[in-house]
Every structure is written in structure tokens, then in C-alpha cells.
Design a protein around this ligand. Structure first.
Ligand code: DC
Length: 333
């Protein structure tokens, strides 16, 4: 069991303000921590004594949090304390608690200021393994943006789209029901209500994802979703255009790369381990084709951001890459 902290402020002591602020806080805590009715044990609130119009616990019930025990208490009057502040602690059966401080309360935890780490690079460079490890180490979210393009490809394959053109794909993408959820810190990709996290890893989806991700209608929609997630919470994003296009102002940017032979070997081992009957030469050819597609498309191609730190992982294992990246981040803060 872990304790997750959070806090927010209201601008006036009214039941409507309390309901709004508590609802927003709990929903973000739920999203960022993968909370469910099953894994949440209790929610404890405390509020400053200038809040008298409603119990935060009541607001929580009204926001739909009624399956676990709720408790409200009053904080002592402390001189100079942040006024109109509601604090919360949620006890839950999860692995990695992510604290959430919103509105005026964001200043209480300057160490938690939202930031993004961009990890770009070609297929098989090892960036997703490192991105996951890094997110865990920094206690922030990992967003695998490739999974989003893979889900678009799966949708198009499912709808029997034969040629990936703007005209054929745009109507599908416009109304796509794509949700990124987190279960115990692991990203799950939900397409039309179905968890497709495994299906999107199939080799045929990889090639289709590379093709579909070249379409502006697809990129525009996915980039909007990625920016929205990064606006709400600190995260490590791995992709192709994070540092150049999605979040050009990200404070930490890395371009993780390796030779195509090393990348093909890694992908080959991974696919074999999953039971796919693949040939090394075919995997290499696919990697090189995808590299070409991803870096030659007209719209937002795979490119190293000028201010990104390049990490060549040919001779490094995941732990060494992680240590290198963490060191670079620490040097900068
Ligand atoms: O990282 P991956 O192999 O899961 O990505 C699948 C495809 O999606 C890849 O060929 C390129 C594309 N992609 C992209 O164009 N931009 C991103 N930010 C992430 C992936």
C-alpha cells in the first residue's frame, strides 16, 4: 500500500468552488496513479480553517468517489499558511505514487513543477526501455507516443483501409476513440474501448504505423493529444518528433540512437522471445525501411533537435544509458 499526496486551492469559500477544485484534483490523482475502485482504500482530506462552506469529502462523493472511505479534518491555524487550501492523502494498493499539486498549491511543492523529458530516436534504439526506467526513477509518467501511431494503424487495418492516404484515413482519425490509461504505472492503449496494448506490437502493425504516421491528419491529432497530456503532468515522452515539434520547449531533450545492425539484432531477439518466427535479415530490412520512412516524410520527420544530447547506445546497456541521462538531467537542474 502507498500514500499519494495532493493539494489544491479555491478562490472563494463556496460549495461550488470546493466541489470543482476537489473534483479536478481527485480526477488528476486518479489518472496519474491508475487508481480504480478496487485499489483505492481511503481518501483523507484536511483543509485550512478559512474553509467553512462544505466538507471536501462531500465534494468527493459528488465527484463520483464513493466506493472508498472518506474522511475530512481541520488543519491548525498556522501563521502565513497558504489560505483556502485543501490537502489530500489517498491510500491505495499501487506501486509508484505520483503526487499532484494544483492551482495555488503547486507552489507548495516547487520540486514537483511540471516538466517534460523528450527522448527521440529511431526504431529499436532502446529508447522505450530507457524511457520507462527513467519515468520510474523520476516518479513521473511515461508516454509512449509510438503506441498512439500504432493504434491509428491498427484502426486503419481493422477498417480494411488499403492505401494510407489523407482522404481514406482522415475520417477514421477524426472520430477515433483512443485513450491512454495507466495501470500500476504501465501504459495501456485503449482503442474503441478495447485494450490493444499487445496487438499493436505485431510486426505488421509496425510497418503500417510508420506509413500512417506520415499523414498530417494523423500527426495533427496525435500531437494535440500528446501536448494535452504533457500540459497536465510531468512526463517522459518517447517518439520521433518530441524535441523538434511536440514540445520544442522541453527542458531535457535526448536523441537516443544506435547503428541499424545493433537495433535490428535487439528487435530480432525481442520478437523471437515473443515467439515470432522472424529472420534477422528481414528485421534489418524493415528497420532500415522504417528509418527511411520516418526520417524522409515531409511532415515532422525524425530529426535530432539542435539542443538534444545525443546518446549512441551501440556499446551501452539500458542501465548505462539511464545513468548517463540522469547525470545529464542533474547537471542541468
Ligand atoms: O516507436 P515505435 O516503433 O512504437 O513507433 C511506431 C511508428 O510510429 C514509427 O515507425 C514512427 C511513428 N512515430 C512517429 O512518427 N512519431 C512519434 N512521436 C512516435 C512514433
Amino acid at each position: 500500500m502507498k500514500a499519494i499526496r495532493g493539494a489544491t486551492t479555491i478562490s472563494a469559500d463556496t460549495p461550488a468552488e470546493i466541489k470543482d477544485a476537489v473534483g479536478e484534483l481527485l480526477i488528476q490523482m486518479r489518472e496519474q496513479n491508475g487508481l480504480t475502485d478496487e485499489n483505492m482504500i481511503c481518501i483523507l482530506f484536511s483543509n485550512t480553517s478559512d474553509i467553512k462552506s462544505a466538507y471536501p469529502a462531500k465534494a468527493a462523493r459528488e465527484a463520483g468517489f464513493y466506493s472508498c472511505a472518506l474522511f475530512s479534518s481541520l488543519e491548525p491555524e498556522i501563521e502565513g499558511a497558504l489560505p483556502l487550501c485543501i490537502r489530500v492523502m489517498i491510500l491505495a494498493e499501487i506501486e509508484n505514487p505520483v503526487p499532484v499539486y494544483l492551482r495555488g498549491a503547486a507552489n507548495l511543492r516547487k520540486d514537483l513543477k511540471k516538466f517534460a523529458v523528450a527522448l527521440d530516436g529511431p526504431s529499436g534504439s532502446g529508447k522505450s526501455t530507457v524511457a520507462k526506467m527513467l519515468a520510474r526513477k523520476l516518479n513521473i509518467l511515461y508516454l509512449d507516443t509510438g503506441a498512439m501511431y500504432r493504434a491509428c494503424a491498427l484502426k486503419a487495418i481493422g477498417e480494411k483501409v488499403e492505401r494510407f492516404t489523407e482522404d481514406a484515413v482522415a475520417p477514421l482519425i477524426e472520430n477515433i476513440s483512443l485513450n491512454i490509461q495507466y495501470t500500476d504505472g504501465a501504459q495501456r492503449t485503449i482503442l474503441d474501448g478495447e485494450d490493444v496494448s499487445e496487438k499493436i506490437r505485431r510486426p505488421e502493425v509496425s510497418m503500417a504505423a510508420s506509413a500512417i504516421s506520415a499523414l498530417p491528419c494523423v500527426r495533427k491529432k496525435m500531437v494535440e493529444m500528446q501536448r494535452e497530456i504533457a500540459r497536465k503532468m510531468s512526463c517522459v515522452l518517447d517518439g520521433r518528433d518530441i524535441g523538434t515539434h511536440v514540445l520544442p520547449d522541453a527542458p531535457f531533450k535526448f536523441f537516443v540512437t544506435a547503428s541499424s545492425r545493433v537495433r535490428a539484432k535487439r528487435r530480432y531477439d525481442e520478437l523471437r522471445q515473443k515467439g515470432y518466427d522472424v529472420e534477422y535479415d528481414n528485421v534489418l530490412q524493415e528497420i532500415e525501411e522504417r528509418d527511411y520512412n520516418d526520417s524522409h516524410r515531409a511532415f515532422s520527420p525524425l530529426r535530432q533537435a539542435e539542443d538534444a544530447v545525443v546518446v549512441n547506445t551501440d556499446e551501452m546497456n539500458a542501465q548505462e544509458v539511464l545513468d548517463f541521462i540522469v547525470r545529464k538531467i542533474q547537471e542541468k537542474v
